[in-house]
Design a protein around this ligand. Structure first.
Ligand code: ADP
Ligand code: MG
Ligand code: MG
Ligand code: MG
Ligand code: MG
Length: 768
């Protein structure tokens, strides 16, 4: 993630003096890039995925699973091997390994991006399996690397060896040790500076899933805490409030939504609304005796488990968010207009795909009442001051705030980690009804005025200037002493510094700066889709990556229009968090995707929705109906009524249209079938599957607590499913995963290119 410069990062107190310098020069660097590359035309599709991995230590006898903090060691071993076995003629057999936030994590991408052919779609799963095999080959006997979003016991008990040191100088966390942060200075500085800018620890509260004995567990826990009177919360260096007390400006705890309370109200208030804190008294139909035994056994874990906010899982450090793993895909566009067009459309799809790939039901040893990671990460890197968050008065701002963007007091409704804030495509304005952007951009976009003015004065159009100036309402967080004074014509560090710490569901990526020396492969305008959760198997990760590649082609080839107002995209993000939203919720989605003439419906019984032959102002049909409605993901994927065809049928139409070859098509059929089954609920999401795993585990006491034994069994199963050594029809239906032979060692290619003379002589001498 982000730039890994070798240098000395500035602590926040010193960084403050340079914030404006970096923001101003970042804009100038963007302008240099923009004017250099805005006229690139005719790039072909290149694309690639990113997979993030966590490495855990498993002990089958003690039934424990912990973080293995060997990420850097493993990373370097794998990088060295890629170098050693490098084959210029077969770059597709190579992987690119990069560090990630957690000291237990690594990230990998294909060494060269996939190309423009149908056969490239078959490379994706192969590349992912290769990466998994290589990673497995670098693990010790007692290590596993299941592809799960969150380590289920992060911050609970002895989840690392040596045991946890709390309240370290970097994260100042009550739950986690600084030693779990990647040792590269960038990551620690990022963590500390987010906390310092915010003036407090980050404060993550995720609603706790309420099971039949959860209330009992909470009461027991409270009693235990009262009895043992542990003065854990609210030391002088932190903002953690004791249970019951409230921060200034926060609403009552019952109505406090940790999930972006700034957004519009949820579409529908189901019984599982994430904001509900009431615990219902549920009549027990279970055999209560064994359950209470389990509960008693649990008492000892209260020392680690007790939660300061009833009804919520509380977390207080960046690692809880940035320690999660995800699946991202990046597409190169043929030109800047196409990259902007894709940005908007992928922005609309991001909450849908977040819900469909849901894989995060467990946080900090508890079942959550949400299924996805997004809001947790958003809160984990929320560096806004109390004034920016709207919980303190601007007049109370300290003097040094004036050095920060927006003087540290400009009201900012979102964290740096969020859904997209604006639609940015304008190239279709005027020639059809696609881009009535003012209507769709119906949510205020706070932006940095000075940046906006510089951009507009230098030839950037209004909405793009707003998008960039919106990124620049944030301060740079990690400044390297050695990289402050740069040539804006050739360096983009300052721009990238801010761009790469605005973590939105979609990222619009300008081409990188030119380099000296050997010409690197050309990289054009790219759009990165960032919302998907990582899946347990490479089959699934490939299915979702390939699906997004195909949907992006369909959008372009069929000139689809997916726009809904941004406020509805925001609402969809919130809906996506609900338990089993993939099947049980509805999302705002556009009714008519195709240009007006295609929308005409010939079915007599279907008027208002279907007869809308003209969406003249791009939003309402001639009968005044809105251009969107609510749909389930099954409908979004498979179609609704006679007016909305569904994304999967559109993909199939596209594959017919391009004459996709049969070999590829049969693989794509499997991918599309998986996605359809996930959407209809015929197969569960990873989140639902994990929830069921916990709930049916003999050690589970129906009190929302995921014990060490359960976590061990779950991670063990996830690892085996990913490696193909245990099949999982409940998750994958009839799909079987071929075993990955990583633990037999690093697989080397059979070379046949001729060995140079010197080497040959040396070898022959040794063996003859
Ligand atoms: P970041 O972490 O900044 O998002 P990474 O380098 O980790 O970026 O991942 C970039 C992804 O983009 C990789 O999957 C890579 O294969 C892919 N990629 C590389 N070059 C191109 C290109 N020219 N066009 C599209 N995608 C590319
Ligand atoms: Mg990453
Ligand atoms: Mg990456
Ligand atoms: Mg990325
Ligand atoms: Mg457009």
């Amino acid at each position: 993630m982000g730039l890994l410069v070798v240098g000395t990062p500035l602590p926040w107190e010193q960084a403050l003096e340079w914030l404006l310098h970096v923001r101003r020069n970042g804009i100038l660097q963007f302008l240099e890039t923009y004017h250099r590359v805005k006229d690139i035309r005719g790039d072909v599709l290149k694309w690639g995925d990113e997979l993030e991995y966590g490495i855990f230590e498993i002990d089958h006898e003690a039934k424990t699973v912990r973080l293995s903090l060997r990420g850097s060691e493993i990373l370097h071993e794998l990088m060295e091997k890629e170098e050693k076995f490098h084959r210029a003629d077969h770059p597709e057999e190579e992987c690119n390994w990069v560090p990630e936030y957690g000291a237990w994590m690594v990230e990998a991408t294909p060494r060269v991006p996939y190309g423009n052919f149908t056969s490239d779609l078959r490379r994706v799963e192969q590349s992912m399996r290769l990466r998994r095999a290589r990673l497995l080959s670098a693990l010790k006997k007692n290590e596993i690397a299941p592809t799960v979003t969150a380590f289920p016991l992060l911050g609970v008990g002895d989840y690392i060896t040596p045991p946890v040191v709390k309240r370290g100088p970097i994260a100042n966390s009550l739950y986690i040790s600084d030693s779990i942060i990647n040792p590269h200075p960038r990551f620690g500085t990022l963590t500390a500076n987010i906390r310092k800018r915010r003036t407090q620890n980050v404060d993550i509260r995720v609603p706790l899933f309420k099971d039949v004995y959860t209330k009992q567990m909470l009461e027991d826990e409270a009693a235990w805490v009262a009895e043992h009177a542990r003065p854990t919360y609210g030391d002088a260096t932190s903002d953690i409030r004791s249970p019951g007390s409230r921060s200034p400006g926060s609403r009552s705890s019952a109505s406090h939504s940790p999930l972006r309370s700034s957004l519009g109200s949820p579409l529908k208030n189901g019984s599982r609304s994430p904001v509900t804190t009431e615990v219902n008294d549920i009549k027990l139909s279970l055999d209560s005796e064994p359950v209470f035994k389990k509960l008693r056994r649990r008492q000892s874990s209260f020392t680690e488990q007790c939660e300061p906010y009833t009804g919520f899982i509380h977390m207080d450090a960046m690692a809880f968010g940035m320690g999660m793993c995800c699946l991202q895909v990046t597409f190169q566009a043929k030109n800047i207009d196409e990259s902007r067009h894709l940005y908007d459309h992928l922005g609309v799809l991001s909450p849908i795909m977040l819900a469909l790939t849901a894989a995060t039901p467990i946080l900090k040893g508890r079942l959550a009442d949400t299924d996805v990671r997004w809001a947790t990460i958003a809160a984990s890197v929320d560096d806004r001051t109390p004034q920016e968050r709207g919980v303190a008065d601007a007049s109370e701002a300290p003097a040094n705030y004036s050095k920060m963007a927006g003087n540290g007091v400009k009201r900012l409704p979102k964290s740096r980690y969020e859904g997209i804030s604006a639609f940015i495509c304008n190239h279709k304005n005027g020639d059809d009804c696609h881009a009535n952007l003012d209507h769709y951009n119906d949510v205020d976009i706070p932006y940095d005025e000075e940046s906006y003015k510089t951009l507009v004065d230098n030839g950037v159009d209004d909405i793009l200037a707003k998008h960039i100036a919106h990124l620049f309402i944030r301060d740079p967080l990690v400044l390297f002493e050695q990289r402050l004074h740069l040539d804006n014509k050739t360096a983009t560090d300052h721009f990238e510094n801010i761009q790469s710490t605005n973590w939105q569901t979609v990222r619009w990526k300008p081409p990188p700066p030119p380099t000296d020396g050997a010409a690197p492969p050309h990289i054009g305008w790219r759009t990165e889709f960032r919302s998907m959760e990582i899946q347990l198997t490479d089959f699934e990760n490939a299915a979702f990556s390939v699906f997004m590649a195909l949907v992006s082609r369909v959008i372009l080839a069929f000139d689809l229009n997916l726009y809904v107002p941004l406020s509805k995209v925001n609402a969809n993000m919130e809906i996506a968090h609900r338990v089993n939203a993939a099947v049980e919720e509805s999302f705002y989605f556009r009714r008519h995707l195709a240009p007006p003439d295609v929308n005409e419906c010939h079915q007599a019984n279907c008027h208002v929705q279907c007869n809308a032959t003209c969406l003249d102002d791009a939003t309402k049909c001639i009968h005044g109906a809105e251009s969107y409605e609510t749909m389930t993901i099954a409908e979004i994927m498979l179609g609704k009524g006679c007016y909305y065809p569904g994304l999967i049928p559109l993909v199939n139409a596209y594959l017919d249209y391009i004459n996709c070859d049969d070999t590829t098509r049969s693989l794509l059929d499997k991918y599309l079938a998986l996605i359809a089954k996930r959407a209809t609920g015929e197969l569960p999401t990873a989140a639902t599957w994990m929830r069921r795993f916990v709930c049916s585990h003999p050690e589970y006491a129906h009190d929302s607590v995921v014990t060490s034994g359960i976590a061990h069994d779950l991670m063990d199963a996830c690892a085996k499913i990913g490696e193909g050594t245990q099949q999982c029809p409940e998750l994958l239906g009839e799909i079987k995963i071929e075993p990955i032979r990583g633990n037999t060692g690093y697989q080397v290619p059979l070379k046949s290119d001729s060995v140079d003379t010197e080497k040959r002589c040396e070898l022959l001498k040794r063996y003859i």
